[in-house]
Design a binder for this molecule. Structure first.
Ligand code: URA
Ligand code: CA
Length: 432
């Protein structure tokens, strides 16, 4: 087999076989296929697409390119949850302990964030002492003991995807539905869960801008998961405005604590109940979604979800006293209000702009080498559909530098105030 022939075949929109796709991924992983040929291949896929079968073969080849986590030593049906990425998306911090408090094992491998989307590991790092690099045996032991552990991806999980994603990033080939679907699903398959609940985001702050695009991606990922023997479903949710009020790492830990106390933002709480009910149903812990929702709500009301979060932090050597004393989390030196220039109804919070503003403060990374300041970020005081008065603080900037003119300039273009506006639909669809 020659790579150049396979590039041409894909260019001509012919379907590749499983053996051909495996040849490409194995060759790219071991270095016998160079970046320039892989770039040409990614561009051919970008323009001609892939069949569902091809995307499934690509997924399995990438999943098998490195370590595959064996979770069979954990009793019960292991459910993973994955978000395609958004701004202020604090759901994993809430859901991992909340679902575990219902008795369902949550063995979660999370990533770091890049650009305006924050990663769960970055958020957990804001908790002093929290360790996310655990040996796999300890990870499994913790889940068996406490039903929950959240760790970073191990070094050699899906190396083919790691390499290809970095290549796509610099060759204009990220925005391809089969490449996104196989990239995400390869990591989920390799991470070993029995069931996968996907949160596919749409809107300004997401990869997918329309419900139609998101549906196509969701359908493809669900089909890949099912084909590879994992129960998979997808919830399509709104990411036009940031989720919750807090954007920034320590600020989002505080928001997660508040949500587990039943005092969280309405949208974050609702999304956690929707995704959590799907996780409980996929794990066969409840008979229907309504029962799942009620069980989750009861664990918020009786404090067991929060107690599980405390246990999870302690088990991973973090300082769990932050739960009772959130002021112990890193706090920024300057709190600067950003005022509404006119009265009306907030009609838009452009999630990616707000996310970029938070990144400029140091809450996110522009390149993989950047370090994150856990203290900084943005706390919104109004969401789309809320009435605002001229001079009210629309948000507070939490900064560790006195001059934030650049951030204010960014935020000036991040919202709209109109006479009328409605709160957006949070949950668009569930694809099973
Ligand atoms: N997230 C991923 O992991 N891969 C993609 O290709 C896009 C988003
Ligand atoms: Ca948030």
């Amino acid at each position: 087999m020659r790579m150049v022939d396979l590039i041409t075949k894909k260019q001509n929109n012919d379907e590749l076989t499983e053996a051909e796709i495996r040849f490409i991924i194995e060759g790219y992983t071991d270095g016998s296929i160079p970046d320039y040929q892989m770039s040409a291949f990614a561009m051919a896929v970008y323009f001609t697409g892939m069949t569902h079968e091809e995307a499934a073969y690509l997924t399995i080849a990438m999943a098998e390119s490195g370590d595959q986590i064996d979770l069979s030593a954990i009793e019960g049906i292991k459910v993973d949850k994955h978000s395609t990425g958004g701004v202020g998306d604090t759901t994993t911090l809430v859901l991992a302990p909340l679902v575990a408090s219902c008795g369902v094992p949550v063995a979660k491998m999370s990533g770091r964030g890049l650009g305006h989307t924050g990663g769960t590991i970055d958020k957990l790092e804001a908790i002093p002492g929290f360790e996310y690099e655990l040996p796999i045996e300890e990870f499994i032991e913790l889940v068996n003991k406490n039903k929950v552990a959240v760790v970073g991806q191990t070094g050699n999980l899906t190396p083919a995807d790691k390499k290809l994603y970095a290549l796509r990033d610099v060759t204009g080939t990220v925005q391809s539905t089969p490449l996104i679907a196989s990239s995400i699903m390869s990591k989920k398959i390799a991470a070993g869960a029995d069931a996968i609940v996907l949160d596919v985001k749409i809107g300004a702050g997401a990869f997918m801008k329309t419900v139609e695009e998101a549906e196509e991606l969701a359908h493809l990922m669900v089909e890949i998961g099912q084909q590879l023997g994992r129960k998979t479903l997808a919830v399509i949710s709104d990411m036009n405005q940031p989720l919750g009020y807090a954007i920034g790492n320590a600020l989002e830990v505080k928001e997660a604590i508040a949500t587990l106390q039943g005092k969280g933002p309405a949208d974050l709480t609702e999304l956690c109940l929707v995704l959590g009910a799907q996780m409980l149903l996929a794990a066969q812990a409840v008979d229907n979604l309504e029962e799942g929702r009620q069980l989750l709500q009861s664990k918020i009301d009786n404090g067991e979800g929060l107690a599980k979060f405390r246990q999870m932090i302690e088990a991973q050597h973090g300082d769990a006293s932050v739960i009772d004393h959130p002021e112990k989390l890193a706090q920024a030196q300057y709190q600067i209000p950003f005022e509404a220039p006119e009265s009306g109804v907030l009609a838009n919070w452009v999630a990616n702009q707000v996310g970029e503003a938070a990144m400029m403060l140091g809450a996110g990374r522009e390149t993989l080498e950047d370090t994150i300041d856990p203290a900084v970020g943005i706390v919104l005081h109004a969401k789309v559909g809320d009435k605002v008065e001229q001079g009210d603080a629309l948000l507070t900037i939490h900064a560790n530098r006195p001059n934030v003119d650049d951030v204010i300039e960014k935020l000036n273009h991040a919202f709209e105030i109109k006479d009328h506006a409605q709160a957006p639909t949070l949950i668009h669809k569930v694809i099973t």
